[in-house]
Every structure is written in structure tokens, then in C-alpha cells.
Design a binder for this molecule. Structure first.
Ligand SMILES: CCCCCCCC/C=C\CCCCCCCC(=O)N[C@@H](COP(=O)(O)O)[C@H](O)/C=C/CCCCCCCCCCCCC
Length: 218
């Protein structure tokens, strides 16, 4: 549908995000980068619909998505099909800054690690949403999930800004409406479908990064 300014409306759909995370895993449990990035694109649509307070977060996510897309579309794009092939290629060719930032500030590995950490936040947040009740506050659920995950990797100023943004999150009912799924029971059911997929993608990536000692890339 076109907006009044002629731009194409980009409505968030939880179903679409669920489908992209379903497509993420290959038969032998490799993570397809293209679908991983599409999943994040879908989530950013949701974030954008929440208002400009969140734009510093969505800008960072979009920037990281774009770095990964550039790798996929670049001359070595054939190595950026799965997270596993990307890790292998970048490590074998010395394209990752392993201990301090240097010549490869935009490696696929360090960029994906930032989104991977955010995926843990998402998993924790969605699980809280799924098991929440009408009186639960999205701001509290979001902050708790953040403090348990991403916050450990952010400096004070980012944690403060994130905390301010969480305070203006819409309430649970409005939040569920933006998901475009239907009544709350259907949202809860779909979250129950989405969570194991997100969790599996997270676990596989976590093990891969841990195996290569890359969970703290600068
Ligand atoms: C299913 C629908 C309901 C949930 C929808 C959630 C939608 C969330 C969409 C996007 C999440 C944003 C992901 C942010 C990635 C952050 C990556 C990161 O950690 N970047 C920092 C480090 O990067 P480098 O400097 O090392 O390159 C960077 O400093 C961060 C800057 C921005 C602040 C990030 C705060 C993240 C807060 C967590 C997301 C809150 C979203 C709330 C909306 C419900």
C-alpha cells in the first residue's frame, strides 16, 4: 500500500519474521546469512514503527545489516552464504581483528557478533512477552532482557540512552497490535512458534563463535 507521500508502507509482520528465521537453518544446521539479515530487516520495521526515540538503535542495526549485505554482494560474496562459510573464509584469510581493532573494523564476523548478541536480547524479551499477563509492562520486560544480555557489552552512555527509550515503549496491548497477528492468544501462540527457531539460530551461532574463540571480538 502507498502512503500519502508516495512511499511504500512497510508494515511489520511477526509471521514474516518467523518465516525468515525458519528459513535461516540449512539441513545440516548452517545459518544462512541472507535469511538472518532478512529477519533483522523485519525486526527493524517493528522498531521504526515505535517512533523516533528508537532511531539511534535502528540506525545502528541498519548499519550492521548493510555491512553484511555489502559483503554478500561484494566480489567475495560466494563466501558469505552461511555464517559458517563466512567465519571460515574471514579467519583463513586474516580478515578479522581478533584482539584489538585494526585493519578490519567491518569484518562480517565482528558485525554479525553484534547482531548475535542482540538476538539473545530478543529471545529473552520475547519469552517474557509470551509468558506475560495483561498487567505486565513492556518497558520492564525489555529492560530486564537487556540487562541480562546486551547491556554487558554496552558503555554507560548507550545503556542510559536505551533505558530512556524503553520507558516510552507502548503498553502490552498496543505492542501486540503492532505485531499484526490477531488477538493476544494468537500472538502468544506465534511467539511460542518463533522462540525455538530464534533460540536454535542463536545456539548454533554461539557455539560456532565459542569454538573459534570469537565471542569477544573488538
Ligand atoms: C517480534 C516483535 C517484537 C520485538 C521487536 C524488536 C525489534 C527490535 C529491532 C531491532 C533491535 C535492535 C538491535 C540493535 C543491535 C545493537 C547492536 C549493538 O550492540 N551495537 C552497539 C555496538 O556496536 P559497535 O559500536 O561495536 O559497532 C552500538 O554501540 C549500539 C548502539 C545502539 C544502541 C543499542 C541498544 C539496543 C537495545 C535493544 C533493543 C531495544 C529495542 C526495543 C524495542 C522493542
Amino acid at each position: 500500500m502507498a502512503d500519502s507521500d508516495g512511499s511504500v508502507e512497510q508494515k511489520f509482520s511477526l509471521r514474516e519474521v518467523l518465516d525468515t528465521f525458519r528459513q535461516c537453518l540449512s539441513e545440516n544446521k548452517e545459518v544462512y546469512l541472507q535469511h538472518y539479515v532478512s529477519g533483522w530487516r523485519g525486526l527493524v520495521k517493528f522498531l521504526n514503527s515505535l517512533g523516533s526515540v528508537f532511531s539511534f538503535i535502528s540506525k545502528d542495526a541498519v548499519n550492521k545489516i548493510q555491512i553484511l549485505v555489502n559483503h554478500q554482494n561484494g566480489e567475495n560474496g560466494g563466501h558469505y552464504i552461511t555464517v559458517q562459510s563466512m567465519v571460515k573464509y574471514e579467519l583463513e584469510n586474516g580478515l578479522v581483528d581478533l584482539t584489538k581493532r585494526g585493519g578490519h573494523p567491518e569484518s562480517g564476523c565482528r558485525t554479525l557478533l553484534r547482531l548475535h548478541r542482540a538476538l539473545r536480547w530478543l529471545e529473552l524479551f520475547l519469552e517474557r512477552l509470551r509468558t506475560s499477563n495483561e498487567d505486565s509492562k513492556t518497558s520492564v520486560m525489555c529492560a530486564d532482557a537487556y540487562n541480562e544480555s546486551l547491556a554487558q557489552h554496552h558503555p554507560w552512555v548507550v545503556r542510559k540512552a536505551a533505558g530512556v527509550a524503553f520507558c516510552v515503549l507502548p503498553g502490552r496491548q498496543a505492542f501486540f497490535e503492532v505485531m499484526n497477528v490477531g488477538p493476544p492468544e494468537q500472538v502468544v501462540a506465534m511467539l511460542g512458534e518463533a522462540l525455538p527457531l530464534i533460540s536454535e539460530v542463536y545456539q548454533i551461532t554461539e557455539e560456532l563463535y565459542s569454538h573459534h574463540n570469537m565471542l569477544d571480538l573488538p
